[in-house]
Design a protein around this ligand. Sequence first.
Ligand code: GUN
Length: 283
Amino acid sequence: MAILLDGKAVSAAVKAQVKTEVAALKEQGVSVGLAVIIVGDNPASRTYVNNKKKACAEAGIVSEEYALPADTSQDELLSLIDTLNRKPEINGILCQLPLPAHLDEKAVIAAIAAEKDVDAFHAVNVGHIMIGDHTFLPCTPAGIMEMLHFYKIDAAGKACVVIGRSNIVGKPMAMLLLQADGTVTICHSKTQRLAEVTARADILVAAVGIPHFVTADMVKPGAVVIDVGMDRDENGKLCGDVDFAAVEPKASYITPVPGGVGPMTVAMLLKNTVAAAKMQNNL
Ligand code: GUN
């Protein structure tokens, strides 16, 4: 029986801390503001954005939603970002990904002012992370590190295997585990003998986006298993990248889906937004 890594409980602790900080800033006359941009009507994106707005409201962070139609042009989106970059009461800007196919995601990320990039997707912030000198950490990997810390799981010297190499999760996750002195391997769709590699992991992070991708034979007995997936199974039910029922008895710790990594992502976004507000107010 594995111990469940309870993202709801850990995120609640982070959010309570953020709320206290936001209140203290308000006392000093500083309000904290986040702009959330969503383009089109991707239902998953809509859910994520709603969760982020709700969490902002609970923490006392002012959120402004910019819901743009799916046929928004690149110029219109860049022009909105330019306006928000200049708006002093907005400390953080988040453009929910993925964007509709006609929009250039890289150019959109590059247009967000680095000091308001609370997702930490901008090349400047990615560079800061690489050299271990960051203001913002990408929310999902940072949330996972926070959860490991909370449960006193130390990555130092451990075999850490990340499945997935996205800019949002896989690559920065590997970097944070490396900074925590883990011995890190990144696996992806071209990895040969994947199960052999993952079965050596003391800490296994699955970020592939395929339901039940990680099966019991891919997991070392006693491993810590982190599931970043937010997938739908054959019945349309929310599930993760890990075959939870089969893997849980083998693991020492495991994240549930839902209630594992997801709530941590939102909590870390709030933390980054407060960090942005402090930096912009020279606090
Ligand atoms: N899409 C999936 N995860 C994220 C995230 O953390 N931030 C943004 N902006 N879009 C996402």
